[in-house]
Design a protein around this ligand. Sequence first.
Ligand SMILES: [Fe+2]
Length: 254
Amino acid sequence: MPAASDSLDAKIAARVASLDPAQFASTFARQGAFLYLDDVLPRDVTAQLADLARTLMPAVNRNYLPGHKQGGSVSRHAIDKLAPLISELYRSRALVRWLQAIVGETLLLSPEDDPHAYALYYYTRPGDHIGWHYDTSYYDGRRYTLLLGVIDDSSCRLDYELHTRTAGITPEAGSIQYAPGAIVLFDGDKLRHRITPLGPNEMRVSLTFEYVTNAHMRPWRRFISNMKDAVAYFGFRQVFGKLAARSRAPRKAI
Ligand SMILES: [Fe+2]
């Protein structure tokens, strides 16, 4: 493994060593698989992410779904080419081990053809937002979302509702602004959430990591997931162009 990866993983390991996951695991469970923590990422890593986010602005794919969503995104396929530090962070063994200890189960990386595995979301024009939704898992297992604050010169809020799908528990509303360096961790099928609209002269960039408990996805769900990603997030070229390139590539012997 290259030295750069070692040093990033070592940096994360040193940081999470002072954040005992046992103390967060009970909060995570009590809140119906949701946790917000400020000041988790090392400051220099957050600064590097912010620099990369600004550098990647020409690669942003803008999208607009009337009444639901307006904003920009850069998929993992573009990140792989242009910002490998982000994919190293996603794969950091220290980070994944720490997250596993909080959620209480084994986490797998999302498959290589999933454009959401790690992606940057840009709020750069007034009104950019995303309406109420769940981060639905199209996989056979659960999908956990980790949001990382990268740039936040905005009034946007992450509004959320806990326990909406838990029988016998009254839903509980909350609202946060997660600053650069902060994290939000949740089970995508359990947390109803939205990002409120960006105001004038504001900017916000968030990084999302997705980890799964079972990386298998049935073909018809894969189709629905790809269509949603193409229309609502990354564009047809990013989603289907990558798949076409993969199917043309010579198959490796196993
Ligand atoms: Fe979401």
